[in-house]
Design a binder for this molecule. Structure first.
Ligand code: FAD
Length: 395
């Protein structure tokens, strides 16, 4: 249905559901479940994101695509997110080494585009929306330390007092990210398959501030890319007219840049046009005040245990960020799950079984596409298509 979901107090059986992880996917899933009439308890390890500045090392903004929009529409937040906050990115803007640029539209035919959205803002509106529903309770500073899929019990440590508490749920949903504690418990189950792959490239976030006039220093409706073969830099626009700039590069290259001179030589050689935009002083400060973060892809299967536990979002399928689809795929998990709750009239056993049996194909596919798209973005995007096949084969 294209309709916004209405509160469904008449769901077949009201379940007491614990959603572990109040990040993007967990807080969206809490809304979907609550709108079906279930009793939801949302447990988040960190403080309420609305009261804390964003920790460095997690992307500040993200590209929201049609998958994510669909989910936001279902819970009535698409308009607020897209029209009041999202910045449309209609094309890639490629920056050549000689500082010249050219645009590559994402969809010249129907004019579809992706949107740059703030992680904090999106997470905040999802949490805020849950406050409008009586059947969602939020518990921040609660870190899951143990779970039991036989009786549905969960043990949390309260981060402020270090006290441990035990609660019970009919269903445990693990939306606790790439290093999921719920998944660790699942790994003890027979026939649970799991793989993780770290790539040899890391990423570091830098920033192009707003211009002196308070406006954008680059044309805003683009995802800017500086493809440089084995590494690349990208920039996504923010609401305050700044840009979040992300440098993706092999860890060994990051390590070699160990002095201000080497950093400035590197930028002069490869990203000359970005130096005045970031500002030399700020570039040096930001580069040396952080360290590059790792990127991991995780695949696992099945996603559930009996009628007691389920993994969604990065907990089920963390992907490298080069396709801009990690959050979008996690949001789509919530949409697909809701369709199954509807199809099976909230019969959890059937819902979880079908989710596992069907969802993994798309999750594995997006993971492989994301791995491939790194080569596309940092290198192939600059080459004529007849050379592509050979380059991919060589990789
Ligand atoms: P998370 O965002 O990791 O949230 C998990 C939550 O669980 C956290 O709040 C955490 O504190 C909590 N938690 C963890 N352990 C526990 C515990 N034991 N107890 C209780 N709570 C716990 N995706 C896109 O779609 N588009 C993009 O453009 C994009 N860009 C990206 C750029 C970068 C550099 C990176 C690294 C990722 C990017 N992604 C993007 C991917 C996106 O960030 C993730 O897919 C998304 O954050 C997954 O959401 P999640 O809620 O599943 O996990």
């Amino acid at each position: 249905t294209d309709e916004v979901l209405k509160y469904n107090g008449n769901a077949n059986k009201k379940l007491n559901i614990a959603v572990v992880g109040g990040g993007l996917v967990g807080s969206l899933e809490a809304l979907y479940l609550a709108k079906r009439g279930h009793q939801v308890k949302l447990y988040e390890y960190r403080e309420d994101i609305r009261n804390t500045p964003l920790a460095r090392g997690r992307s500040i903004n993200l590209a929201l695509s049609i998958r994510g929009r669909r989910a936001l529409k279902d819970v009535g937040l698409e308009d607020q997110m897209i029209n009041q906050h999202g910045i449309p990115m209609r094309a890639r803007m490629i920056h050549r080494p000689d500082s010249s640029t050219y645009a590559m539209p994402y969809d010249a035919r129907t004019n579809q585009c992706i949107y740059s959205v703030g992680r904090n803002y999106l997470n905040s509106i999802l949490l805020k929306e849950s406050e409008n529903l009586d059947n969602v309770e939020r518990y921040f500073n609660h870190k899951l330390i143990k779970s039991n899929f036989k009786d549905g019990s969960l043990t949390f440590m309260k981060m402020d007092t270090k006290e441990t508490i035990q609660v019970n749920a009919d269903l445990i949903i693990g939306a606790d990210g790439a290093f999921s504690t719920v998944r660790k418990e699942m790994m003890k189950q027979p026939l649970f398959n799991f793989s993780q792959q770290y790539i040899e490239h890391g990423y570091l976030e830098l920033c192009i501030p707003a211009g002196k006039d308070g406006g954008f220093q680059m044309p805003p409706n683009y995802l800017h890319i500086w493809p440089r073969g084995n590494f690349m830099m990208i920039a996504l626009p923010n609401q305050d007219c700044s840009w979040t700039v992300t440098l993706f590069m092999p860890f060994k290259n990051f390590k070699n840049i160990d002095s201000e001179r080497k950093l400035m030589d590197f930028f002069t050689n490869y990203f000359q046009d970005a130096i005045p935009l970031i500002g030399e002083k700020k570039l040096i400060e930001d580069f040396f005040s952080g360290s590059p973060s790792a990127l991991v892809a995780i695949k696992c299967r099945p996603y559930h245990v009996c009628d007691k536990a389920l993994l969604i979002g990065d907990a089920a399928h963390a992907v490298v960020p080069f396709y801009g689809q990690g959050m979008n795929a996690g949001f789509e998990d919530c949409t697909e799950l809701d369709k199954l709750f509807q199809k099976y009239n909230d019969d959890v056993t059937s819902v979880l079984e079908e989710f596992t049996n069907t969802r993994w194909r798309d999750a594995f596919a997006i993971s492989d596409l994301a791995m491939y798209n790194y080569i596309e973005m940092r290198d192939l995007v600059t080459r004529p298509s007849y050379r592509l096949r050979k380059t991919v084969d060589d990789f």
